[in-house]
Ligand binder design. Sequence first.
Ligand code: ADP
Ligand code: MG
Length: 400
Amino acid sequence: MIKYLSGQNLKKNSGKTCLLRVDLNVEQGMPLDSYRLEAVLPTIKLLLKNKVRVVLLSHRGRPDVRDKKQAARDKDALSLLPFAPIFAKKLQTPVAFIEVARLGALKKAVEKSVDHLVLVENLRFFKGEDTNDPSFARELAKCGDFYVNDAFAVSHRANASVCAITKYLPSYAGLLMEKELKNLGDIIDYTKHPFTLIIGGAKISDKVGVIQNFWSAGRREADDVLVGGGPANTFLRAEGMNVIDSLVDGAALPLIKPYLNSKKVHLPSDLKWDKTAILDIGPKTVKEYAAVIKRSRVVVWNGPMGWFERKEFGNGTKGIWKAVLANKKAKVIIGGGETVASLQLVNRGITRTERGMTQKRFRDGLRDIRVGRRIWISTGGGAMLDYLSGKKLPGIESLK
Ligand code: ADP
Ligand code: MG
């Protein structure tokens, strides 16, 4: 059984220290102030309100801990320090940033700091985090009285601060984790029909597990699978079309065999090419897909329909957003870094996303659609796909 933080009497924990695992794994150059960061604020606020000291733990990127020169470069690029002022501003509270040379020194440093909110430097600067090392986890656990996992997006990875640590401290799922499990779990356990699965993006090998899990699966069987992006190219190629230079996931060709020539699977009936490559679904397809979405009661969507970062190829993805937002009756789950980023295509006109995309616009976009009970924007990319594929996520299993 998972114990949820929301069900605990936190007053009893006032004065105690919580080790809170969050996901601050933001690529270098991308905006730090993202919906993933916003999403963990409620848990931090809840703890602080109850006078619990909060020690934020996260990793960022894959720093090289063996090569000294590279490690020094990674230290600057992958530091969590830039997040400290962001949390301080958003929560209106001072944030102590802790960087220690040895993990053994962390406990003292945490105890010494006077602030109620503490951010620890990138855990992957130490050996042991990404190998789920028990002695690393034990050392980390000494820094707090209890542990909360609010990092759904990394719970498909066996990391020490996600898995092994739960052996050493009372452990709970945070508010964000609880919402993720509730929203995604409902799709698996009690989905309504018609249930539509939308799969796009780059590689279908990452996503075919989701199709499989909702294929001839009784109650949770998908009624329609709308395919776009690289996965559509791969299907079309498997059906014998010459897709020339289009993005195709060659390794997946054998994996999609069971789903070829099925009435449930919708492939684009028209395409937008750029010379020799298919870069978007065409307007006729958008209409057909929108009609399926319109009659759906449940929609799960991962993967843009085209190379939406280029203005000319954003219409497919934009059309899906419009259809999803227009269906006020359906329960909608959307996940994946680029899929969520593509929200900016709607209401705001089409702008260049790529690295320059302003995260503010993005947040405003989320506010516009009032992400609530109807639409759940998952913070998980790979984790969401694994969860919806029916796989057991190590970080979630560890909380049981
Ligand atoms: P997510 O991060 O939402 O899970 P993916 O990582 O699978 O999605 O893929 C997103 C990327 O796929 C986008 O950057 C988009 O530009 C690209 N993409 C989608 N369709 C195509 C296409 N037809 N050709 C090339 N790239 C595409
Ligand atoms: Mg992606």
